[in-house]
Design a binder for this molecule. Structure first.
Ligand code: PLP
Length: 354
């Protein structure tokens, strides 16, 4: 039996999982969650009724997230990773003849998940500094009237966050939902959650997507969520598979929020390391871009990016090769790791560029 013809055209997104000592390719946290959190989670495991289906509505986790962000529990929707949140939004609002908008280069899974759900994608370029160009935004919103506009902020893989002024502008001109993907939101100074909390008629179309995978050091758990209008939450509940978030993940998310303070400290450390890596890269023959996230995009000036990527793998350092992605010719992306991992990366990239 032949697979859906439109799926055959979809190239694989997945980052190669190469066996190396220093893994800086998927923007995870280099740090395991705090030991106190793991002890609490072990205790909690003893109280889970494993023979029963989990709470389908994630009541306790939603309540904890709502308190954490200062919103109502009916404004929170949880899923197995923020990618499942994005999939639910596309299943509920996208589909044949219902276009969504992206500004490229950006997170390739927005486009990928849209295509898997049969949703057409219209795209416009970012400006030379990879920020949104408001005139380009206006033109795309006017001509394509997308049901969803995706804004990744801070943008993966380029690094910069949009200002709240820009987000508000997109919201003002977009006819549909504006989904701000804040997978790296904790590393940035401003969050679109402020606009959700401010309320008002436009805020009903604003969706902020977050994840436990990056800052919270829980990528293995697969837990993400959105904060949105209760009507958007209800729409996602129509399409999500029952019991999508298992009981262990629900407990882990709830307990992790109690350690948000420890997470904030790690964010501070990673931001300091990011500055150090950027300064060191600045002394090498590469172009770099400012970052509000836990990764840095750079482009070797006189060397082939794929060759540099290979030389790093030879030195057991894995980073992300973005050079084949549209608009990112010759670009590589490195995740900020522990100080030791960053030292390994900087030494390897220095040697590789010689
Ligand atoms: C990593 C990432 C996500 C992902 O994650 P989950 O692990 O599914 O929560 C979502 N959006 C962006 C922009 C990312 O970089």
């Amino acid at each position: 039996m032949a697979v859906r013809p439109d799926l055959r055209a979809l190239a694989g997104y997945h980052s190669p999982q190469v066996d190396v000592e220093v893994r800086l390719n998927t923007n995870e946290s280099p740090y395991a969650p705090p030991p106190a959190f793991l002890a609490e989670l072990r205790d909690e495991l003893g109280r889970i009724a494993f023979n029963r289906y989990p709470d389908r509505r994630c009541t306790d986790l939603r309540t904890a997230l709502a308190a954490h962000h200062g919103v109502g529990a009916d404004q929170v929707f949880c899923a197995t990773g923020s990618n499942e949140v994005l999939q639910c939004l596309l299943l509920a609002y996208g589909g044949v003849g219902r276009a969504v908008a992206t500004f490229e280069p950006s997170y390739t899974l927005h486009r990928h998940i849209a295509e898997v759900t049969g949703t057409p994608v219209v795209s416009a370029p970012r400006d030379a500094a990879f920020a949104l160009d408001l005139e380009v935004v206006d033109e795309l919103e006017r001509t394509a009237a997308p049901v969803i506009t995706f804004v990744c902020s801070p943008n993966n893989p380029t690094g910069r966050a949009e200002t709240l002024h820009t987000i508000q502008h997109v919201l003002d001109v977009a006819p549909g939902l504006v989904v701000v993907d804040e997978a790296y939101g904790q590393f940035a100074r401003a969050s679109a959650l402020d606009l959700v909390r401010a309320g008002g008629p436009e805020a009903q179309r604003l969706v902020v997507v977050r994840t436990f995978s990056k800052t919270f050091g829980l990528a293995a758990m697969r837990l993400g969520y959105m904060v949105a209008d209760p009507a958007v939450v209800a729409a996602c509940e129509l399409v999500v598979l029952p019991y999508n978030v298992d009981a262990v993940s629900q407990a882990a998310g709830r307990l992790a929020l109690r350690h948000a303070h420890a997470m904030d400290e790690r964010v501070g450390q990673l931001v300091a390391e990011r500055r150090r890596v950027q300064t060191a890269l600045g002394a090498l023959p590469v172009q770099t871009w400012p970052s509000d996230a836990n990764f840095v995009l750079f482009r070797p000036l006189h060397a082939d990016a794929v060759e540099i990527w290979r030389r790093l793998v030879d030195r057991s350092v894995l980073i992300r090769d973005c050079s084949g992605w549209p608009g990112l010719d010759g670009c590589l992306r490195v995740t900020i790791g522990s100080p030791e991992e960053n030292d390994r990366f900087l030494a390897a990239v220095d040697e590789s560029l010689r």
